[in-house]
Write a protein that binds this ligand. Sequence first.
Ligand code: GLA
Length: 694
Amino acid sequence: MIQCWRLDDRRQTLVLGSHRKHLAEVIYWGPRLPDDEDLDTLFAVHAIDVTGGMLDLNPELSVSPEATRTFPGQPGLIVRASDGTQLLTKFCLVQAQEEPGRLNLFYTDENNGLTYSARFAINSRTHVIEAQAALESDEPIHLHWMSAPVMPAPQLSDEMIDVSGRWCGEFQLNRTVWSPGVRFRENRTGRTGHEHFPGLIVPCRGATNTQGQAYAFHYGWSGGHKMIAEELPDGRRQIQFGHAEHMEATPKKQFETAPLYITFSDDGLNGCAVAFQRHLRDEIVQMPQPDRERPVHYNCWEAVYFNHDLPVLKDIASRAADLGVERFVLDDGWFNRRDNDTRALSDWEVDPRKYPDGLDPLIDHVHSLGMTFGIWFEPEMINPDSEIYRAHPDWALGAEDQILGRNQKALNMALPDVRDFLFERIATVLRKHAIEYIKWDHNRVLPMPDADQTRGSYALLDRLRAEFPHVEIESCASGGGRIDFGILERTQRIWLSDSTDALERLKMQHNAALFLPATVTGCHVGSRKCHTSGRVLDMSFRAWVAAQRHMGIEMDPRELTDEEAETLRQVVSWWKQNRGWMMNADILRLESPDPAVIAEQQLSADHARFVVFAGKAATSSQIAPRPLRLTRLDPHARYRINLINRDRAVGLSRGTQTLKTESVDLSGSYLMNHGLTLPWSFPESMWVIEGRRQ
Ligand code: GLA
């Protein structure tokens, strides 16, 4: 007997089918099918032929491919009995629950005492499908590997794009050509990591940012993931995502994967990007005060590092307020003897040497300037040189003689005592002070991946959020080392990178927008001479790059010249006027005809306005700028186009271009099919163009 199910939104259809109660296969995923498509016929025709050298039937590429069905590729599940014997599973359908937009399939394997379920939920507003698998066992078993429901990858695709990175170099895109065999990525660092962001995009041939078909995947888990993208000998392709292997250290009876977020787009990579941006912003992130506008940040890390001196910090706070800042964040260095990074992590009590009257004098000063106050913690970490370590050396995770990372060990978050201790210390600081923001850091990898550690971190975050629902939390891990939809279920902002080099940020933000909306993506104006790259950049460029996302400042404002301060003030003020719509806009990556230009268009939810940021990241090879095509406009509408920072045109831009002197009205059709011809500019500068529908 054949059974089929379908999930639809306006742009995509996912069809699963199975016969003889075997595990279901995704038999179609792509553009929306007609409502009356006969699914049994689809099931029948979707089977590929067999020829010499093949089995007499092709084993199913199911939601969890099974070795017992002679599947020739990587299996979706690897489990062992508690005595170590491998359990070769063979699941049989027991129930299919269907509701609008949801499908839950339940299977049993009676011989092995196992129940497997695959769940799908489609969000018709964001076009994201959440897919998750779970396993239950009558007896405790070892889980080595479980993939979230396995998806096919398109055949008309020549390559896949995934994301790697490093400290100060997050969100680098890699393109890998499909070929028989496996593209295998596994993050065994125990945190999401800079190295392997858990995302994948599979563009179909010819897809660009703005057109063509593409499929995208994101695994929402903060403990490190494994991805398999495999082309089978018969040409079929499968995508698996799950926790890193062997993360479940002990035998258990229940397991589940994190949600795998997937989407199909028929309008380029931007279709995937916008789906993820909206899904994260509107369905996952919970802002403490959803109607409050995102405040402009100041973070003191690069201004003072560990040298906390109250008069200096007050002076800096006053200068920050004068620039337009609304939230002041006190970074590392405020607690017990923390004069450098060798000691005191986990001693979360205010340092009486630096703050003899506690934090209130600083907080009161910050409040008197009209700003709110935030503070840094690194809860999961402990320095061997700390009071807590001396009292509880057994609270540290991993071997006694392990290699330290930034002179620190991780705490064992699976221990209730550790979580209680951290909760009490953090809660005490929050109860005693008017603090509405935590920058939550995680600066080292774990000694080994361990799902209990991630669940422990989640539990602590959940408990703190329940007790302090007004407190917003930023996820930082040496910059972008813990960015994923799992942590963003519990936090509201990410520190994309420790690099505040605007040139590096321009590229990073461009790539991160494939998954992340502006409202969660922190970007700060750094020092004139960047502390992590040594590059010297102009204030206008630094400020506009920060204005592309959730804006902040992270530098010593005492270094600012009057002119720099004025430029910064103006951009902050522009950002405040526009954040209301920009923080809910879609970020659209533009197809740039000049590789030296990295450009994006932020389009308001009502499509009535947009802003284009065209960053000149290098010197162009041709002499004159090439027109930049916009996207997703109404071809029949007219838009008023205004180059708002036209006063930055340099002397070497000698032409009489209209945009340098006035705004112009142009049709969406012209803007999308010919594009905007911008004035000549220096590298490391940014044109900012506003558009309003007339
Ligand atoms: C990490 C963070 C920085 C800063 C320091 C403080 O490196 O990424 O932003 O908070 O820790 O030690």
